[in-house]
Write a protein that binds this ligand. Structure first.
Ligand code: AMP
Ligand code: GLY
Length: 423
């Protein structure tokens, strides 16, 4: 089978490397660190299966255009992708489906709605949660205990100054507290098949969960506090009712559903749906899938998902190496050193995310430069989280460029919990 992966980050690098176990893979546009990258647009590529990584392309209808040309596509059409590109619609769908989720209200930028948004905030206890309804690369959510900051954020979003049009409609939510967990299910339009392993992302930029939200600074899977039985319970709460509600609304959803939950004292609550694999969550999940991934994704795309998904018991930890200034204003163009040494650490894979090729230098990977905020995804794999984590950080220590930053506490709590629970 020939598979075309669409996208250019670490998630697409992980897709390509796992799909290559059983298929020929081309990546568009990819990046200079991903083997098999081509500049040809996806609509001009001949492949048996198209796998679309980024939410922006899905929301923009790329899957619809490819399907209209008779191609087999893993990824929802623009209608299903609105679960992520319109948080307002997502909240309406999941509420109709009976999925437990935070109380909420939506507002747009006309003066009466703006006044109503500020008034609604005054009725809520902290923490205050204000989200852009539209796509904002994982950065459109403010969670704060400061009411004044919440009011200012409402205005910045509605004015379009903070996130452009994505913020001209906002969702204000009841603030919740508790650990978070992410799950994935593959959907073939009728059924949702769970990937039976939980993932925990580290969204804030700084150690100890400080600083602004990012696209994700690292992640770990599996989790000792969310075993396979708990995964199945969460899946039954969210995936099946949502898929049934989508079907009722005429949406034929073929692709992955990514559910983010908060485990509150009142029970689990759905935080968000994404319509694609998480980045970097994919990097610690896809390599552990034991099925033939190309066949699995093709089955979902064709509406014939029959297999259960088998996931290795191994643990994986991903540490994101980011550019100085990420997420606000990452500095780019710095030469990346030490990639080869990092890749020689046992159990380590390094996926290339925001990288570019240095002009006139040797062929990659010797000549890669930073070209985005999140630059490399350094992934350690091992029999438990502690070993996987040690391997990832050992590899990180080989890598350097001016201003490189990373969190030092990725998976620290998960490793401690696993040790206590003896997993
Ligand atoms: P989202 O993109 O909707 O998952 O939100 C990004 C992050 O903001 C989540 O991972 C949570 O850490 C936080 N968050 C979102 N919604 C809430 C909420 N209702 N209460 C508390 N924290 C939230
Ligand atoms: N890492 C968060 C996401 O991909 O949405």
């Amino acid at each position: 089978m020939r598979v075309c992966v669409v996208g250019q980050g670490g998630r697409e690098h992980a897709f390509a490397s796992v799909l290559r176990r059983t298929a020929d893979v081309v990546v568009t546009p990819g990046n200079p660190g991903i083997e098999g990258s081509v500049a040809t647009p996806p609509t001009e590529i001949d492949a048996d299966l198209f796998v679309i990584g980024p939410e922006g392309l899905l929301a923009d209808g790329l899957a619809d255009r490819l399907r209209a040309g008779g191609r087999l596509v893993f990824g929802p059409g623009a209608d299903g992708a609105a679960l992520e590109s319109s948080k307002a619609w997502m909240k309406e769908v999941v509420s109709a489906a009976g999925v437990p989720t935070a109380a909420y209200a939506t507002f747009d930028s006309d003066p009466a709605e703006r006044r109503a948004a500020h008034a609604y905030l005054e009725t809520l206890p902290p923490p205050y949660v204000i989200k852009t309804s539209g796509l904002a690369a994982g950065k459109g959510v403010l969670v704060t205990d400061e009411l004044a900051q919440a009011h200012a954020d409402v205005d910045a979003k509605l004015d379009g100054t903070a996130f452009g049009d994505a913020g001209r409609r906002i969702v204000i939510e009841e603030g919740m507290r508790g650990p978070e967990v992410s799950l994935f299910a593959l959907c073939d339009g009728r059924s949702a098949v769970l990937l039976p392993t939980a993932v925990r992302d580290h969204k804030r930029v700084g150690d100890g969960d400080t600083g602004p939200n990012t696209g994700g600074m690292g992640c770990v899977s599996p989790l000792a506090d969310v075993d396979r039985a708990a995964c199945a319970e969460l899946a039954a709460l969210a995936f099946e009712p949502t898929l049934a509600e989508l079907t009722r609304r005429g949406v034929d959803y073929r692709g992955v559903l990514y559910a983010g939950f908060m485990l509150t004292l009142d029970g689990p609550r759905l935080l968000e749906f994404n319509v694609r694999f998480g980045d970097p969550e994919a990097q610690v999940t896809l390599p552990r899938i034991e099925n033939d991934l190309a066949l699995l994704l093709a089955g979902a795309a064709a509406g014939e998902l029959t297999d259960q998904i088998r996931v290795s018991e191994d643990a994986m930890v991903c540490v994101v190496c980011a550019a100085e200034g990420y997420p606000a204003a990452p500095r780019t163009g710095d030469v990346i050193a030490g990639l080869e040494g990092a890749r020689e650490v046992p159990g380590v894979t390094v996926f290339c995310a925001g990288v570019g090729a240095a002009d006139g230098q040797a062929a990659p990977p010797e000549s890669l430069v930073t070209a985005g905020g999140r630059v490399l995804n350094v992934c350690g794999r091992g029999p438990d989280v502690a070993v996987a984590r040690d391997r990832a950080y050992e590899a990180v220590r080989h890598i350097s460029w001016p201003g490189m930053t990373y969190r030092t506490d990725i998976a620290a709590a998960a490793a401690a919990a696993a040790a206590v629970l003896n997993r």
